[in-house]
Ligand binder design. Structure first.
Ligand code: MN
Length: 191
């Protein structure tokens, strides 16, 4: 199986002013593409030649896991963005209120976890193994599916996601990030 870089689900300028087209051009065009290329170079001759990305995330280790998970994580990240300052509604909002008291409190807890993730990684809204909403973070290429959780959306907190726009100010990136979350997509993933 040969993996390909999925096209962005929006135009490169669509996330401005939170995430610039320049960041998108490097993040999608260079970083995400490099993970795809690395994965395609690593797989031939291994037991993963016919595997899906999900199977790679669950079973692989080392470079195949790292690059496969980074391909999946980035596609998932892009698909969760492109909203225009929308907020959760319906069942999703109800679950957020039940688990985190309010959307405002949810955002505070999520931002805290995203900011405190040491070094490179990802912050996630997930359904945990018991089907309850939870917030978690992973290091480097980590993916919560490894822990039996179902991802609903993610925030990339690798420096390459925000350094051109926010330099070292990860808290400012995470705060601004709420303006571009595609909550309709998140609700769709919740089912
Ligand atoms: Mn990234």
């Amino acid at each position: 199986m040969k993996f390909e870089l999925p096209p962005l689900p929006f135009s490169p300028e669509a996330l401005e002013p939170v995430i610039s087209a320049k960041t998108i051009s490097f993040h999608h065009g260079k970083h995400h593409q490099a993970y795809v290329n690395n994965l395609n170079n690593l797989i031939p001759g291994t037991r993963f030649e016919n595997s899906t990305l999900e199977e790679i995330i669950l079973d692989a280790e080392g470079g195949i896991f790292n690059n496969g998970a980074q391909v999946w994580n980035h596609t998932f990240y892009w698909e969760g963005l492109g909203g225009k300052g929308s907020t959760p509604t319906g069942k999703l909002l109800q679950l957020i209120n039940e688990e985190f008291e309010s959307f405002e409190r949810f955002k505070e807890i999520f931002a805290d976890i995203a900011v405190k993730q040491f070094g490179s990684g990802w912050a996630w809204l997930v359904l945990d193994a018991n089907g309850k909403l939870a917030i978690t973070s992973t290091s480097n290429a980590g993916n919560p599916m490894r822990e039996g959780m179902t991802p609903l959306f993610t925030c990339d907190v690798w420096e390459h996601a925000y350094y051109l726009d926010f330099q070292n100010r990860r808290p400012d990136y995470v705060k601004a990030f709420w303006d571009i979350v595609n909550w309709e997509k998140v609700a769709e993933r919740l089912g």
